[in-house]
Design a protein around this ligand. Structure first.
Ligand SMILES: Cc1ncc(COP(=O)(O)O)c(C=O)c1O
Length: 382
């Protein structure tokens, strides 16, 4: 199997992650911070370790500003429901995932939130000045995808923040956490949402959000936190206000190990490796007839994500042939981002997406290029 579906979820996971989850399952099944017995204390330490590791990766001082969720979808829903009030106006882009578009559509329905969408160009590129022109007196925040899961296009976050004239910027870092150094982003963003199972190389069921001090995000879910139990209202301090219910402690043990692993390798090193794979892939595609490549070709402007179509094949047929005949796992269709496909001109059929990770090799890229060459020639002949 050649696994080029890293943007959906990364595979394989580092051995240290597998071992950390197993060890946590063996050591403790208690709820963290709820009881005083040793197992509960161990579980609380596990969660604290994960928070500290994430703080180091994000380059933020106070790990208490990081709340864990089950994925970035829950993190984004938390921040959008927690900040947007009836009548508020919000800015976003046409490159967003449905984990932004759908909560915004629902908030428009139930709270009358008004949404303005900055249209990206055909490469998925955003003009920051478009944000400035759309600001209204009721604009509450902007929410922007850092790296497109369709074309890999990176958003110019610093310029967007400058155009927002002080309004909060919420960043969906689903495709960039663990992939790019995020320290500059936490200097710019006001809220950063991440998922643990993609570039962070952790288990599914992990994710969260970092919230800049001074910003109060209301809770989406209320319940037990192990703190202030005498009150029937949710605590208002981070991270407890956003962490009701028993967390995925075993998954967080894995996330902590994954982040340690990434920090040991170094994000620059990971980025260099993934960039080399992406460049080799783009260079190889450049010589192939009947292949259409979407998004920027300059690897500095993208993550390790490339979307294509091949003449004579629908995206699902191409993905099927790659899987059944060549043992290559990719993702076909709309990638939960229909508006992004409208933007780049691939709606409604979508594209076939190839996404590379730390464990992929140049040899795998070459083998897949050879397969695509063969497939494209057959397609042209049909
Ligand atoms: C840009 C972007 N946002 C959000 C998500 C949702 O991620 P999750 O399913 O982990 O919540 C994804 C993953 O598909 C994504 O690529």
């Amino acid at each position: 199997l050649i696994y080029f579906d890293q943007a959906a979820t990364s595979w394989p996971k580092p051995d240290a992650v597998v071992e950390a989850v197993t060890a946590a399952l063996r050591a403790s099944s208690a709820s963290p911070g709820r009881s005083t017995h040793a197992m509960s204390v161990t579980a609380a330490r596990t969660v604290f370790r994960a928070r500290e590791a994430m703080a180091e990766l994000l380059g933020v001082d106070d790990s208490g500003r990081i709340a864990f969720t089950l994925n970035v979808t829950q993190a984004l829903n938390t921040v959008l429901y927690g900040l947007l009030k009836p009548g508020d106006h919000v800015l976003t882009t046409s490159m967003e995932h449905n984990s932004v578009m759908r909560p915004l559509a629902r908030l428009a329905e139930i709270r009358g939130v008004e949404v303005s969408v900055v249209e990206a160009d055909r490469q998925g590129g955003i003009d920051p000045d478009d944000f400035r022109t759309l600001i209204r007196p009721t604009t509450r925040l902007a929410v922007v995808n850092h790296g497109s899961n369709v074309t890999g296009t990176l958003a110019p976050l610093a310029e967007i923040k400058a155009a927002l004239e002080g309004l909060p910027l919420v960043v969906d870092a689903a495709q960039t956490a663990g992939v790019l150094p995020l320290t500059p982003v936490t200097e710019i963003a006001d809220v950063l949402a991440f998922t643990g199972h993609k570039g962070l190389m952790g288990p599914t069921g992990t994710g969260g959000l970092w919230v800049r001090p001074g910003i109060a995000v209301g809770s989406l879910i209320q319940g037990g936190t192990g703190s202030r139990s005498e009150h029937e209202i949710q605590p208002d301090f981070m991270p407890d206000c956003l962490e009701a219910g028993t967390p995925n402690t075993h998954g967080l043990a894995g996330l902590a190990a994954a982040v340690d692993y990434i920090l040991e390798i170094g994000l620059e090193h990971i980025r260099d490796h993934e960039t080399a794979l992406t460049k080799a892939f783009l260079d190889g595609l450049g010589n192939m007839e009947g292949v259409r490549v979407y998004g920027p070709k300059n690897i500095k402007e993208i993550t390790a994500v490339v979307s294509i179509n091949i003449d004579g094949y629908s995206p699902s047929d191409l993905a099927f042939v790659l899987d059944r005949e060549y043992g290559v796992a990719v993702r076909a269709g709309l990638h939960c981002a229909p508006r992004a496909h409208k933007t780049i001109g691939s709606f409604p059929q979508g594209t076939v997406r190839f996404s590379f990770g730390w464990f992929n090799t140049l040899d795998e890229v070459r083998r897949v290029l050879a397969a695509l060459d063969e497939i494209s020639k057959k397609g042209l002949g049909s």
